[in-house]
Design a protein around this ligand. Structure first.
Ligand SMILES: Cc1cc2nc3c(=O)[nH]c(=O)nc-3n(C[C@H](O)[C@H](O)[C@H](O)COP(=O)(O)OP(=O)(O)OC[C@H]3O[C@@H](n4cnc5c(N)ncnc54)[C@H](O)[C@@H]3O)c2cc1C
Length: 476
């Protein structure tokens, strides 16, 4: 049995955990980060590849929220969490979202200007910018189709650094292993990778120690405070295993997406990159963008009607995958099951959500036809090949969300923050209601899915709360 001591234990090293660790360590706190996954340097595995899914995703990327339809979701499980594997598309939280969170959940000291000024710091730290050179064909397709329809859209900046004078595919993702984790280490923070926290041990309102496993060996850690940043699925599971229940894991919010693959007359596929263009004509309810289109993922996207679509896989270089994402009224549950390692996750889409998915898929297919797609392969059971507007009408008639391959990578809101105790699991700064020294500081805190890519919102909220923690500790 190995034992460690620290002042502050941070569980998870993703967007929430890494930023928290850097802020606390720079303020002189003795910080220990534990991370279930391995350290994988950027560039060690090809971005968006099946190899990456095997090494850096939880369960190789095969995780699902049960429901009608079930929703496949993915979580990063490595040093840096989701920031290592994601598309890097950066959106500040919209003003309307911040206002809704502030008023509905009674979040104190949550002025939009303060959050936006933290976003500006994040943009500097992660070198958020537009592609300096040529765009990939997948980006041009979305822009062309959208512009021909007269629909609004734009290139979304990313947290990337680019070598001088180079283009879209030469960028290096400014994930947590390249930014906030090195900052935390420089200020004295320690990190244990391949260490899974199994249990937080409590004495009433106080958490006193943690039990972990590292490659089969038992590890214990004693701490003064613990900050849980395991992501929106694992954080509620960790808290429930410690016996905390109030508003935990009951309000999972995601951006559900439906997909299609589109075939063009010539090569359009860039396996290790995604489109940086998003169509925002129907935002916030509906947005369209590009998905990872590695050959393995192209094959997967064609499986809903393999008999008719399967032949297209041999021309995978001419195919790219796109998604329609919606905001969702529905909510999900994350529940631990005794004796089972991973929590049970369920999600219930409302009728409005299901209808919106159908409309989204139809409009996305229209963008593809306008952009010059020869064939469109929608991802729902026994979907037809769409070659023209008439096929599109047939597709719309046949669509049902219950037959669709719905998925999501944006997971939020399983321990919402705010001073309204009826709605929220933590106070306005992430301290768990009912506990004295247990904090949450990750995507679980966002009271609702923000309607845009969420990482900037997660980081801004985490930095705000970490600073508050340091101020409170300095007073104590
Ligand atoms: C494929 C993909 C694409 C995405 N694209 C974008 C995008 O373009 N733009 C955007 O804004 N957002 C994107 N996101 C979402 C974004 O990555 C997340 O919102 C963000 O990473 C959430 O931060 P977090 O700290 O809550 O959790 P994470 O970043 O997921 O970090 C949680 C960490 O905790 C660790 N952990 C969990 N349980 C334990 C335990 N018991 N013990 C020890 N460690 C544990 C996990 O291994 C993980 O590393 C994407 C996500 C994915 C998966």
């Amino acid at each position: 049995m190995t034992h460690h001591d620290c002042d502050v234990l941070i569980v998870g090293s993703g967007a929430g955990g890494a930023t928290t660790a850097a802020i606390l360590a720079e303020e002189g706190h003795d910080v220990l980060i534990v991370e279930e996954g391995p350290w994988v340097d950027q560039g060690e595995v090809a971005p968006f590849s099946l190899d990456q899914m095997g090494k850096q995703y939880r369960s190789g990327g095969v995780t699902v929220a049960l429901g009608l339809p079930s929703i496949a979701y993915t979580e990063g499980r490595c040093a840096g969490g989701g920031t290592e594997v994601n598309s890097g598309l950066y959106w500040r939280p919209p003003e309307a979202t911040l206002e809704l969170w502030r008023s509905r959940y009674k979040i104190k000291d949550f002025a939009s200007d303060d959050i936006i000024s933290i976003c500006a710091e994040v943009e500097d730290a992660l070198t958020v910018q537009r592609v300096p050179g040529e765009h990939t064909p997948a980006t041009d397709i979305l822009r062309r189709g959208s512009e021909r329809l007269g629909w609004q859209g734009d290139e979304i900046p990313r947290w990337m650094s680019y070598p001088e004078g180079d283009g879209a595919t030469d960028g290096q993702r400014q994930s947590m292993t390249r930014t906030f984790l090195p900052r935390a280490f420089a200020a004295g923070a320690r990190m244990l990778c391949d260490h899974r926290l199994d249990k937080i041990v409590r004495n009433g309102r106080r958490a006193v120690s943690a039990e972990l496993t590292n490659e089969g060996r038992d590890v214990t850690i004693a701490f003064r405070d613990v900050i849980v940043c395991g992501g929106a699925i694992q954080t509620p599971a960790i808290l429930q295993r410690a016996g905390f229940r109030h508003r935990i894991g009951r309000t999972l919010a995601v951006h559900p997406t439906v997909k299609l693959a589109a075939r063009f007359d010539g090569a359009v596929n860039t396996p290790d990159d995604v489109s940086v263009y998003q169509v925002k004509q129907f935002a916030p309810n509906m947005s369209f963008g590009g998905s990872a289109s590695h050959p393995g993922l192209v094959a997967l996207a064609l499986t809903d009607n393999w008999r008719e679509f399967g032949a297209a896989v041999s021309a995978w270089t001419d195919l790219a995958i796109y998604y329609a994402a919606i905001t969702s009224e529905g909510r999900g549950l994350v529940q631990t099951v005794p004796g089972v390692r991973d929590p049970l996750v369920t999600y219930r889409l409302t009728k409005r959500d299901r209808d919106l998915l159908g409309q989204g898929l139809a409009r996305l297919a229209m963008v593809m036809l306008e952009a010059g797609a020869l064939e469109v392969y929608p991802a729902f059971k026994n979907a037809p090949i769409v070659r023209n507007r008439r096929d599109l009408a047939t597709m719309t008639g046949l669509f049902a969300a219950t037959k669709a391959s719905v998925m999501t990578v944006h997971l939020c809101s399983t321990a919402p923050m705010g001073d309204d105790e009826k709605l929220c699991a933590t106070n306005s700064h992430g301290l768990l209601h009912g506990a004295d020294n247990v904090f949450v500081n990750d995507a679980a805190l966002l009271p609702e899915a923000p309607g845009v890519n969420p990482q900037a919102s997660v980081m801004a909220v985490a930095i705000r709360n970490a600073r508050r923690y340091c101020d409170e500790r300095a007073k104590a």
